[in-house]
Design a protein around this ligand. Sequence first.
Ligand SMILES: Nc1ncnc2c1ncn2[C@@H]1O[C@H](COP(=O)(O)OP(=O)(O)OP(=O)(O)O)[C@@H](O)[C@H]1O
Length: 263
Amino acid sequence: MPASKPVIRVRGLVTRFGSQTVHDGLDLDVRRGEVLGVVGGSGTGKSVLLKTIIGLNRPAAGRIEVLGDDTAGLDDAGRIRLQARWGVLFQDGALFSSMTVAENIMVPLKEHTRLDPLTIAEVARIKIAMTGLPPSAGAKYPSELSGGMRKRAGLARALALDPEILFLDEPTAGLDPIGAAAFDELIGNLQRSLGLTVFMVTHDLDSLRAICDRIAVLIDRRIVVDTLDALRLLDHPWIREYFQGPRGRAALDAGAGPSGIGA
Ligand SMILES: Nc1ncnc2c1ncn2[C@@H]1O[C@H](COP(=O)(O)OP(=O)(O)OP(=O)(O)O)[C@@H](O)[C@H]1O
């Protein structure tokens, strides 16, 4: 794929639930290797956008291309092949509670590869180590882990198939500030070392500053996307309140932006 072609390309997206229109002609390009933070007021359709891009929600209109494939035009086999090229971490980790962490990580490997059981177990061990969990976490059930460890386990499962794109839905929600900062650092390190493209829905201003190259703001059922510094200058009431309010200023003035690829 040429470097200029976006990894995710959304055009004219319309999403409706009954009479409620959540997205109305939304356009978005996500560039290869960037960390895109998706923000917006509560109920503006951030999670629905993520779910629509990964095919869990059917749009009313519009076109979504992921890694060059028009997602609406895929047959079952094509969809399964594409799904193997992304990983998703939902807010609560979405782990299977009846399986150990290692077994959770093995699920996509068993579904999408023909690796032998010993290799699958070895890959699970590697993913556990990559996400900063102790080796002993592999044999534990999700209920035996802290919230932060559960997120790491969910991340390990999302990375099981060495995806090109990582979708994160509020990855630091529910973590204390130290846990959240450590998780941001982990995502940033993994993104750089693995060359991931990251689509991250978040409310966390610290995460935006720490690891996002660009920010997509859901406003008026569409998206405005730019660097943090450029967005902060925009004269829109929600953006002003979000970035220039006391919490925004405290978080964003605490340090410079990431040294990522920028706009
Ligand atoms: N399956 C569904 N059926 C009907 N309405 C839905 C469904 N999923 C989402 N919605 C509605 O779509 C809107 C956008 O929801 P979404 O979860 O994307 O918001 P969000 O921006 O992620 O909000 P928050 O920041 O509060 O999590 C909301 O009004 C929600 O009630």
